[in-house]
Design a protein. Structure first.
Length: 115
């Protein structure tokens, strides 16, 4: 994508940035700072875990951090990550422009992340 036509809101939109030193594109996901982690340090988990934990946001039938309720599944269950590194394609992004040949080269990045 031509960087002159690129508009990215760098503070909250996933995007790729070009690393001039390595020649590689790097994924940047600043919106992930909105995840609910509060810095809590957990004690070591017990060796034996219950088959169901009413406080676990991944257990069948429980509510996840984003408010979506898990189905009562009995086998492997795959769902979109509530706080994924990428957002679905087709999102409108806006903000400061990148510049062709400048130090900051950026491009939109989209996709689906599953748990």
């Amino acid at each position: 994508m031509d960087a002159r036509n690129l508009h990215v809101r760098f503070s909250d939109t996933p995007h790729r940035r070009f690393n001039q030193l390595t020649g590689e594109w790097v994924l940047v996901s600043p919106h992930r700072t909105q995840r609910p982690w509060q810095g809590k340090v957990e004690a070591a988990a017990p060796d034996v875990r219950p088959p169901y934990d009413p406080e676990c946001y991944l257990c069948p039938g429980n509510e996840r951090a984003g408010g979506v309720k898990n189905p009562v599944y009995e086998h492997t269950f795959v769902f979109p990550n509530d706080f994924s590194a990428l957002l679905p394609s087709g999102l409108e992004v806006s903000g400061p422009k990148g510049s062709e040949g400048g130090l900051l080269r950026a491009a939109p990045a989209s996709g689906v992340c599953r748990v």
